[in-house]
Design a protein around this ligand. Structure first.
Ligand code: HEC
Ligand code: HEC
Ligand code: HEC
Ligand code: HEC
Length: 245
């Protein structure tokens, strides 16, 4: 049997590894992403996710609210039992808070699906520049180490399947009021929904600056049918530009 100190060291190392990963992941809002990915940003703005904060306002979606047993005359935009699933990074570093609400984090934005972007977006810039210079590619694993998510599924489920009896094991209060029991249309099917470009955003052709695993399971399919972006991409800098929408 190994000496207990080996285990203690191993645990300390693991702790250092995970806490540094946690420290690395910080939300900052969609304006950075959209300044480079203009086409996706524009397409996203017409999705239900982009309007998620508006739905919490009094007088919005009255019929749906009544059906779910909510008060359509009530303002839910500052209600901690609601806001968490209608914004980016609730309860996470740099994420949306009710006390200091940031407009670029209000609604279900880029980082809710792609992961908190503070660290990896810099790699996108470097990777894009290197690719333009001499066709050099960068491994996706490098982006994952900086917080980018290529699975998507768990992130969706944390909002869409967070209710009792959903079969998702991460369940905890506050639950979503919009369950299949209220209306069948609230049934969540990942494979079907993630292919709904009207709900995610339209897909645009990539040059291929990032390569290797992990590759999202429908990536090739999406790219094969992707549009060609006519928007010019800006390079971003580090000042805090205002929210675009
Ligand atoms: C400085 C500009 C810039 C910023 C800011 C930026 N990106 Fe990117 N991003 C790029 C470039 C360049 C690529 C590579 C495009 C290609 O291969 O054609 C890329 C690629 C991607 C890809 C595809 C990755 C892959 O594996 O092929 C996704 C998804 C993405 N970005 C999302 C985001 C999100 C979300 C944010 C904000 C958190 C963001 N980007 C911020 C420039 C940027
Ligand atoms: C932060 C929570 C959150 C995450 C993460 C999230 N969603 Fe959503 N989603 C919502 C909310 C809230 C709405 C409703 C917005 C509204 O209408 O106000 C919604 C709406 C939708 C709709 C539209 C339903 C309709 O009636 O048109 C689809 C489809 C969808 N989400 C799929 C997904 C998929 C797939 C993922 C993961 C790739 C995902 N969502 C990630 C919270 C989330
Ligand atoms: C656990 C996450 C979660 C919580 C908490 C949550 N929601 Fe949502 N909400 C969602 C998701 C996911 C959808 C999209 C459901 C769909 O279309 O399939 C949604 C959709 C909605 C819609 C649009 C429904 C429609 O059909 O147009 C309204 C309105 C709404 N939520 C209000 C609220 C209010 C008010 C609260 C607090 C009492 C709340 N939500 C709490 C996740 C949540
Ligand atoms: C509801 C989830 C969701 C949201 C919100 C979202 N995306 Fe995506 N995005 C996806 C999925 C799924 C893909 C496909 C990934 C792949 O093909 O590897 C994708 C792909 C991309 C790509 C790769 C090229 C393409 O068009 O397929 C870029 C760039 C991108 N997203 C940027 C953004 C930006 C910028 C925002 C915010 C304005 C955003 N995304 C918001 C789910 C989302």
């Amino acid at each position: 049997m190994k000496h207990p100190i080996t285990y203690i060291l191993a645990i300390l190392l693991m702790f250092a590894f995970y806490s540094s990963a946690v420290v690395a992941a910080s939300y900052e809002g969609r304006q950075k992403c959209s300044s480079c990915h203009k086409a996706q940003g524009k397409s996203w703005r017409s999705t239900a996710h982009a309007k998620a904060m508006d739905s919490l306002k009094a007088g919005e979606r009255e019929e749906a609210k009544v059906k779910a047993g909510l008060d359509p005359k009530k303002d839910y935009t500052k209600d901690k039992d609601c806001v968490g699933c209608h914004v980016d990074g609730w309860g996470e570093k740099g994420g949306y808070t009710i006390d200091r609400p940031k407009r670029a984090l209000a609604a279900v934005g880029c980082e809710s699906c792609h992961g908190p972007g503070r660290k990896y977006r810099g790699e996108h810039r470097k990777g894009g520049q290197a690719f333009e210079r001499n066709g050099a590619t960068m491994e996706r694993s490098r982006l994952v180490a900086r917080g980018q998510d290529y699975e998507f599924e768990e992130a969706c489920k944390a909002c869409h399947l967070n209710y009792e009896g959903s079969g998702w094991e991460g369940n905890k209060e506050p639950y979503t009021p919009f369950t299949p029991e209220v209306d069948e249309k609230y049934t969540f099917n990942f494979d079907k929904m993630v292919k709904n470009a009207e709900a995610m955003h339209e897909h645009y052709k990539l040059d291929g600056a990032f390569v290797g695993e992990p590759e999202f399971k429908f990536h090739k399919e999406f790219q094969a049918n992707a549009k060609v972006s006519k928007e010019d991409d800006d390079d971003d800098d580090d000042d805090d530009d205002e929210d675009e929408d």
